[in-house]
Design a protein around this ligand. Structure first.
Ligand SMILES: Nc1ncnc2c1ncn2[C@@H]1O[C@H](COP(=O)(O)OP(=O)(O)OP(=O)(O)O)[C@@H](O)[C@H]1O
Length: 379
C-alpha cells in the first residue's frame, strides 16, 4: 500500500510554515527515508500521515483511501508507529505493551498472546525471558526491539519510524538497523523513516528524500544515485565530502570488475599444474575442489615436485558473495591481509577481485556508473 502526499502544507498557529506544498509518493513495500537538517519539516511530514499533526492544506492518500478526513484514531490502528525512546507504557509488561493494538481491535486473549510471542521472537526477544518484564528492566536496544514488535502487532501495511534507533549507542544501532532490514525483507511494509543521519539513510533506505527548510524536497533518489549524482549544492553538502567512500557501501560488484586467474583442481597433478601456469604466464592460480568450490590458491613457486595441487595449495578464506558491496569486498581483503578475494555465487566460483580491479571498481563507483547492491544490508 503506497502513500501519496498531494500539495500538503502545515502552517502552525504562530505562522511558522513547517511544510509547504509538498508532493511526495512513498512506494508500497519500500523503505523511504526523510533526511535533512534540524527543523526542515521531516517530523511534521511524517506526523501528518497518521494525523498526529493535522495538515493545513492538501490530500493524503494511503492505498486507494483518501485519509485526509479519516477518523484519526481509527487511522492510527492501521499505521504502526515507532519513535525514539520507544514510548512503551512503563507500568505494563512487554507482552501487554506489544499487545496494545490487537487488544484495542478486540482480538481474543489466546490469539493476542500467540501473536505477541511470535513477534517478540521475530525481533530477537525471548518471550519466556523478556515477556513479563517491565520496560525499565530491558536494555535500550531491547526496548527498541519491543517498540518495533508493538508497531507490527496488528500487521499494519504502513509503518512510520521517527529516529527509532537514535537513542542507542552506535554499535547497538548498527545491529538494530541490520536486524530491522532483515525483518523488512520478509514483512515488506511501506515505511516512512525519519532521521537526520545521512549514514543511516544510505544504509537502510530504498529511496531517500533530502529535505531543506519548509519541507522542500531537494532530491528524491536511491542511495547510490544520491551519493553519485547529488542534484545540487545543498544535497552535495549534506551528503558530505566523503560521499565517494560512503558510496562503496551501496555499490555492488560488477561482472566486469572480476579478474580470471587460471583455475586448477585440487586433484590435478603438480607437474600439469606447473605447465598450465607457465603456459598462461600467471604467477598463481585459484584452486577449486572436485565440487568446484573454493579450496585455495597455488603460487608458481609452490608448484614444484610431485603430488597433487590440493596438497601443495594454500587454503583461502577470503571470499564475498556476488551481491556484496565493494565496501564488504575491501573489508574482507583487509581482514584476511589477502592479495585477492574470491567472488562466489552460492558455492560457485565466479572470479576474483584484486587491489587493481578493486581500484578501478572504486573509480567507477565514484564516477557514477552504478550496479547497486541487492540491498544496502549486505554492506
Ligand atoms: N507546534 C509548533 N508550533 C510552531 N512551529 C512548529 C511546531 N512544531 C514544529 N514547528 C516548526 O516547524 C518546522 C519544522 O519542524 P519539524 O519538527 O518538522 O522539523 P524536523 O525536520 O523534524 O527537525 P528535527 O530534525 O530537529 O526534529 C521548524 O521550524 C519547527 O520550529
Amino acid at each position: 500500500m503506497g502513500i501519496r502526499l498531494d500539495g500538503v502544507s502545515k502552517v502552525y498557529d504562530d505562522g511558522t510554515v513547517g511544510v509547504a506544498e509538498l508532493d511526495l509518493t512513498f512506494a508500497a513495500g519500500e523503505l523511504t527515508v526523510l533526511v535533512g537538517p534540524s527543523g526542515c519539516g521531516k517530523t511534521t511530514t511524517m506526523k501528518m500521515i497518521n494525523r498526529i499533526i493535522e495538515p493545513t492544506t492538501g490530500r493524503i492518500v494511503i492505498g486507494d483511501d483518501d485519509v485526509t478526513r479519516a477518523d484519526p484514531v481509527e487511522l492510527r490502528r492501521r499505521i504502526g508507529y515507532v519513535i525514539q525512546n520507544v514510548g512503551l507504557f512503563p507500568h505494563q509488561t512487554i507482552r501487554a505493551n506489544v499487545g496494545t493494538v490487537p487488544r484495542l481491535l478486540g482480538w481474543g486473549k489466546e490469539e493476542t498472546r500467540a501473536r505477541v510471542d511470535e513477534l517478540l521472537a521475530t525481533v530477537g526477544l525471548d518471550p519466556a525471558v523478556h515477556g513479563d518484564r517491565y520496560p525499565g528492566q530491558l536494555s535500550g536496544g531491547q526496548r527498541q526491539r519491543a517498540g518495533v514488535a508493538r508497531a507490527l502487532a496488528a500487521d499494519p501495511p504502513v509503518l512510520l519510524m521517527d529516529e527509532p534507533f537514535s537513542a542507542v549507542d552506535p554499535v547497538v544501532r548498527e545491529r538494530l538497523q541490520a536486524e530491522f532490514l532483515r525483518l523488512q525483507a520478509t514483512v515488506r511494509k511501506t515505511i516512512v523513516f525519519v532521521t537526520h543521519d545521512i549514514e543511516e539513510a544510505v544504509r537502510i533506505g530504498d529511496r531517500i528524500a533530502v529535505m531543506s527548510e519548509g519541507g522542500r524536497v531537494e532530491q528524491f533518489a536511491t542511495p547510490a544515485e544520491l551519493l553519485g549524482r547529488p542534484a545540487n549544492g545543498f544535497v552535495a553538502d549534506f551528503v558530505g565530502a566523503d560521499r565517494g567512500l560512503k558510496r562503496l557501501a551501496v555499490t555492488g560488484i560488477d561482472a566486469e570488475d572480476l579478474e580470471h586467474p587460471p583455475v586448477l583442481h585440487a586433484e590435478d597433478g603438480l607437474a600439469d599444474a606447473r605447465a598450465a601456469l607457465q603456459r598462461s604466464g600467471a604467477r598463481w592460480a585459484v584452486v577449486l575442489d572436485d565440487a568446484d568450490h573454493l579450496h585455495g590458491w597455488l603460487s608458481l613457486d609452490r608448484a614444484a615436485g610431485s603430488g597433487t595441487v590440493g596438497a601443495a595449495a594454500r587454503r583461502m578464506e577470503a571470499w564475498v558473495p556476488r551481491d556484496a558491496s565493494l565496501k564488504a569486498a575491501f573489508a574482507t581483503m583487509l581482514q584476511h591481509e589477502a592479495g585477492w578475494v574470491a567472488v562466489l555465487d552460492g558455492d560457485q566460483f565466479l572470479g576474483v577481485l584484486t587491489p587493481e580491479s578493486l581500484h578501478s571498481a572504486l573509480r567507477r563507483s565514484v564516477e557514477g556508473r552504478v550496479p547497486e547492491t541487492a540491498g544496502a544490508a549486505s554492506a
